[in-house]
Design a binder for this molecule. Structure first.
Ligand SMILES: NC(=O)C1=CN([C@@H]2O[C@H](COP(=O)(O)OP(=O)(O)OC[C@H]3O[C@@H](n4cnc5c(N)ncnc54)[C@H](OP(=O)(O)O)[C@@H]3O)[C@@H](O)[C@H]2O)C=CC1
Ligand SMILES: CC(C)(CO)C(=O)C(=O)O
Length: 327
């Protein structure tokens, strides 16, 4: 089974080391100094408990070097995917599955959803339908990424916590391709259950990213603080209640309530969300995938989103002022 991890930064690098360590036929697409370091010295993973592993990896910035794959696991930031669709083509053959390990509302969300929204395209995450038309949604296997990791220097990944990558077919079936990938990831020491209702999990994760990420970028407060300060907790809650109304109109069933989800965020502790880290480092922020997409779904389902609209306007301007957002 040939697996290519496209965008082997924090999450993709973590998966890449675990797969390579387990003897999988894995290759990585990366770029710049991070690629140069992993080619020169191997890719180093510092695990949750402090254990360090260095593996030599097959890595390139040119997908044409790596050939047709059985699975491409996309671990790019959401806004980085549309510009590389054409570049990915040498990796794609008739039977290639594309695993979308990207936060936010996925571009394939309405493929095989089985309700009146079937086939709806999302401008916020797939402008110009680049992914829908380029990959084709039938190739896609959904994935919710739970681990936290960082690239702490070129060629070095620090794994912070978690090892679960939930997988799910857009139609909820337990397909052979999902089962085979689940087994391969399991052999590499990762948890990869195949879920019948992945969209429910997407929303539980998204609840946090939608609200905690922009609030932390705007306030520079860590999760424990923003989830317990009465004012920001109320803002997060307001965004999440609006999101819940939208998601339920789309058929989602939430297994927990909003307050439990916020308490879960608080329990993570003094964590700087990825959006705050991106702002801090002058990198593009995932505003459209995490927040703009939910506003777009609000319009689609005729659901008012006053709190989301307010926070989105503020974080967009914050991002623009810092040169980290151009939407
Ligand atoms: N990190 C985390 O803890 C978590 C992340 N996620 C989600 O997972 C996804 C990936 O995040 P994360 O791993 O943090 O992101 P990273 O930025 O660490 O990784 C993406 C990597 O892809 C590289 N890249 C971008 N464009 C190209 C290209 N055209 N060719 C080759 N390489 C490219 C980037 O390089 P460069 O740095 O040069 O741009 C970077 O090394 C996001 O959607 C994120 O929200 C989900 C849960 C937790
Ligand atoms: C906020 C958190 C931990 C989960 O909601 C996250 O995924 C992020 O920092 O991007």
């Amino acid at each position: 089974m040939k697996i290519c991890v496209f965008g082997a930064g924090a999450i993709g690098g973590y998966m890449g080391v675990k797969l390579a360590q387990a003897g999988a036929d894995v290759s990585l697409v990366a770029r710049g100094p991070h690629l140069a370091a992993m080619k020169a010295n191997g890719l180093k993973l510092i695990e949750e408990g402090g254990e360090e592993t260095v593996v030599s990896v097959t890595a390139s910035d040119n997908p044409a070097d790596l050939g047709v794959q059985d699975y491409i696991i996309v671990t790019l930031k959401a806004h980085s995917v549309p510009p590389v669709v054409d570049k990915m083509m040498p990796l794609i053959g008739d039977n290639t599955t594309i695993v979308s390990g990207v936060n936010g509302v996925p571009w394939w969300y309405f493929h095989k959803i089985g309700n009146e929204y079937e086939g709806t395209r999302l401008h916020s995450v797939d402008p110009g339908n680049k992914q829908w038309d380029g990959f084709g949604p039938d190739r896609v296997l959904g994935c919710v990424v739970y681990p936290a990791a960082e690239v702490i220097e070129p060629g070095v990944i620090k794994h912070i916590e978690g090892n679960r990558f939930s997988l799910g077919e857009p139609d909820g079936s337990k397909s052979d391709r999902a089962t085979a990938l689940s087994q391969a990831l399991g052999s590499a020491g990762l948890k990869a259950p195949v879920r019948p209702r992945l969209r429910d999990e997407i929303w539980v994760k998204l609840w946090g990213n939608l609200s905690f990420n922009p609030i932390s970028a705007l306030t520079h407060a860590t999760l424990d603080v923003l989830c317990t300060d009465p004012g920001t907790r109320a803002v997060a809650r307001g965004m999440m209640v609006e999101a819940q109304e939208i998601a339920e109109k789309l058929g989602v069933k939430f297994p927990i309530d909003v307050d439990k989800r916020i308490d879960g965020g608080a329990a993570v502790g003094a964590h700087r969300t990825s959006m705050w880290q991106d702002l801090d480092m002058g990198r593009p922020m995932e505003i459209d995938a995490l927040v703009g997409s939910v506003q777009e779904l609000g319009r689609l389902t005729d659901t008012p989103t006053p709190t989301i609209d307010t926070v989105l306007a503020l974080v967009k301007l914050r991002g623009r002022m810092a040169g980290c957002y151009d939407g």
